[in-house]
Design a binder for this molecule. Structure first.
Ligand SMILES: [Fe+2]
Length: 386
């Protein structure tokens, strides 16, 4: 049995580990790199480092008697979307924040960390601290997705890390049958979960089959070679319009050299396309078009969860729109705006990616993005009716 003292120390250790990992991710980057914003959807690394700190300061420290904010102006700069907390700097202009400097942001982090380590010994703050840590882990993935997009926008195509990623072995695709029926969906019990994963509830499934692994680059290449991006019959109307407007011909980071050979931009720089690796950086629209071409469909998020898929290679688009579960109740307080208000116009992704911190992956986790989003590590798993 864990004593209260051990539980407090464990929380302080977890806090220190998660906070250090964000700084480790940023350590490979220069101050100039950390200030870049390549598009409105992406944020500078510096902003992620500051915003996650602001979150702890606002949700936890600001409520402690006698606490004075490190810099009261940071509330305007580093609030992301919390309307209840007042006006904020516009998201598309985060790349203009050359001040405060990166050094000042690290000093901000250190000051908040010192206060937070004391807060970790207060058992009544445990849930709020766990929320802050899971929030920071979400931003750790965004640090990688956003710097990848920023580096892709640089004609020099710099590498975030020098080592090459491991190549994948060929893996046969098998269809795993599920008998359908009533299944229990959502989080229950011990351990952290976001409000959007609850309450656990029954869902009735029809019999179906789901692919044993995500769609590979080689399979996606065959879709392109068969005219996948030019054949309207595979596309949702909105998807076709978007593909035409943005001239989509391949996943976001695929490149072609003069001889027509395909390579791909990765966090390790430009590499030859690994035909057995899961295809990444496709939108929901491309995922649906591929599935139609392959004579299949995307799984619903409930089919996905009921199938107990392996996680962590690539986020997998599902055919489920991001909706509240029956009986959904948002977190209380400031965090009420965390998830619920985004439940319109977005699709659920399941799994986890190579950029997701390992402790942040679980079967009930619901990621969500608009159907046109491509800069996330998003891929495809097929399903079909039985
Ligand atoms: Fe955030």
């Amino acid at each position: 049995m864990k004593t209260a003292e051990q539980s407090r120390n464990r929380l302080a250790d977890d806090y220190a580990l998660v906070r250090a990992y964000s700084e480790k991710l940023a350590a490979a980057l220069s101050a100039e790199d950390c200030a870049l914003q390549s598009m409105p959807d992406a944020s500078p690394v510096k902003w992620h480092l500051a915003h996650t700190t602001w979150f702890f300061e606002t949700v936890i420290l600001a409520k402690q008697p006698g606490y004075r904010p490190v810099d009261p102006r940071f509330a305007f700069l580093f609030n992301s979307y919390y309307e209840a907390l007042g006006p904020r700097h516009p998201r598309p202009r985060r790349g203009l924040l050359s001040r405060p400097s990166l050094d000042e942001i690290y000093a901000y982090r250190a000051q908040v960390d010192a206060a937070m380590l004391k807060a970790c010994s207060d058992e009544t703050l445990r849930d709020a601290i766990l929320l802050g840590l899971n929030h920071e882990q979400q931003h750790q993935e965004l640090i990688l997705t956003d710097i990848k997009h920023a580096f892709f926008s640089n004609p020099l195509l710099p590498a975030y890390r020098p080592e090459l990623s491991a190549s994948h072995a060929a893996q046969k695709l098998e269809w795993l049958a599920h008998a359908g029926g009533a299944v229990e969906i959502g989080h229950q019990g011990e351990g952290f979960a976001f409000d959007n994963e609850t309450p656990r509830h029954p869902v009735l499934l029809q019999p179906f089959a789901i692919a044993s692994r995500p769609v590979s680059n080689g399979e996606y290449q065959a879709f392109i070679a068969d005219g996948g991006y030019r054949r309207t019959e595979f596309w949702l109307s909105d998807g076709w319009t978007r593909a035409q407007e943005e001239n989509w011909e391949a996943p976001l980071y695929w490149l072609k050299d003069g001889d027509g050979n395909e390579s791909v931009f990765t966090l390790c720089g430009v590499q030859s396309l690994d035909l057995h690796a899961p295809v990444e950086h496709v939108s929901f629209y491309e995922a649906c078009a591929y599935a139609a071409w392959a004579g299949a469909r995307l799984p619903t998020e409930f089919e996905w969860e009921a199938s107990q898929m392996a996680h962590g290679e690539v986020w997998e688009w599902t055919r489920s729109s991001y909706d509240p579960y029956p009986g959904f109740k948002p977190f209380t307080g400031i965090a009420a705006e965390y998830n619920g208000k985004f439940m319109v116009g977005q699709m659920v992704l399941r799994g986890g990616s190579s950029a997701t911190p390992r402790g942040h992956i679980r079967a009930t986790y619901r990621n969500f993005f608009p159907p046109q989003a491509r800069w996330q590590f998003s891929g495809i798993r097929l399903a079909r009716d039985a």
